[in-house]
Unconditional design. Structure first.
Lengths: 192, 192
DNA sequence: TTGAGACAAACAAGTGTTAGTTTGGGAGAG
DNA sequence: CTCTCCCAAACTAACACTTGTTTGTCTCAA
């Protein structure tokens, strides 16, 4: 049994994810974060340039995972329904495997400072377009009924991104159950 | 043309809603709030006991509106589908008529301090139960297909509560369009 | 003249961050 | 095997503000 000894850097990162999610980025101080890690506040700066840098790392890591999960989804022979189902499942699996970090990603990104904030928004928009594109083509091919694409995309994302809370609830739902049920619910609403 | 002269108190409240939504409760200081209102920070304390008190008023006002909007929805002769549709429309209309305040309600409630926080959670749970109850009965009567109720309720709420962002988007969607389309999308997914 | 509401000044505590210093363990030389 | 030297990573102390809030005073309409 290999008990992985995690580095101080990893420790800071994991603790930050936990605290930022529990109490919000702005409400968590460097001293509090350091205390939870078991070091003093200035020691954090041996590993991260700034508080913003820490948030940036958390957010951009999750962003990268979303893009990675989408790879292969858009293979051209598949139907719009199959593509969207695969995209939904990939998205949910990233959340499920990064509960704390993805929650920070969705709730605290607004605290990113300026070069990072713009970069974040650009990437998120790009990712959103991938989903919208599937729906758009699905409507045009007649797989989905004509609907306001923006509304549909928003609905799907907000449903998916709240998955975090589901895992925390008392009922034991597996990732597969959640992904399956949610994909069914949303896809049925789209079908023409 | 009655140009309504609003009181300083109302002014503080409205400005707080706007700033809390834009930048987050924790990130907005009393001096910044005061400046935006056009007064000095200590003057706020002539109208509100504390920063927490201000957040509490915003949140509990919205909570009351959600309960009010639900009145009459649960009349017994209606089908589960009709009830849920009415509940969804009522919920969305509260959001639509209180864009800033409802956004604060959903995103910043976690910063409430202790007696208020517990009260908030209790009320929210109560409200959630009303929705869950409709779905539960709908499944038992065969109107809806059997699904995990918690998952369904979460999906519906997260879709509804993100409505805020839709209004802000470039496309012009009316409240009725949003309510109608979203209710259709979600109800179709539920139907047995 | 009373009272509401604005104010400046100040409080204690907390903010992110920097400077300068100490510590401990590993590499290389004798 | 020991003795330097080095460097990462921890530390203490402090900086320059900012935080929410209180106190006491002044103003002005009723």
């Amino acid at each position: 049994m290999a008990t992985a000894t995690i580095s101080t850097r990893q420790n800071i990162r994991l603790t930050a994810q936990k605290l930022f999610r529990e109490r919000g980025y702005a409400a968590v101080g460097m001293r509090e974060l350091a205390k939870e890690v078991g070091i003093e506040a200035p020691s954090i700066y041996n590993h991260y340039k700034s508080k913003d840098d820490l948030l940036r790392e958390i957010c951009s890591d999750i962003a990268a995972q979303f893009f990675k999960a989408f790879e292969g989804v858009d293979a051209d022979e598949k139907s719009a329904t199959k593509k969207l189902r695969a995209a939904i499942k990939g998205h949910i699996s990233v959340i499920a495997n990064n509960l704390e970090a993805s929650s920070v990603f969705f709730q605290e990104w607004m605290f990113l400072e300026e070069p990072n904030l713009a970069q974040f928004k650009k990437q998120r928009h790009e990712y959103e377009l991938k989903f919208r594109d599937i729906i758009d083509k699905g409507i045009k091919k007649g797989d989905f009924k004509p609907m306001n694409i923006k509304l549909v995309t928003f609905t799907i994302f907000s449903a998916l991104n709240a998955t975090y809370d589901l895992y925390r609830s008392n009922e034991r739902l597996t990732q597969d159950q959640i992904a399956e049920d949610m994909a069914n619910l949303l896809l049925k609403g789209l079908k023409s």
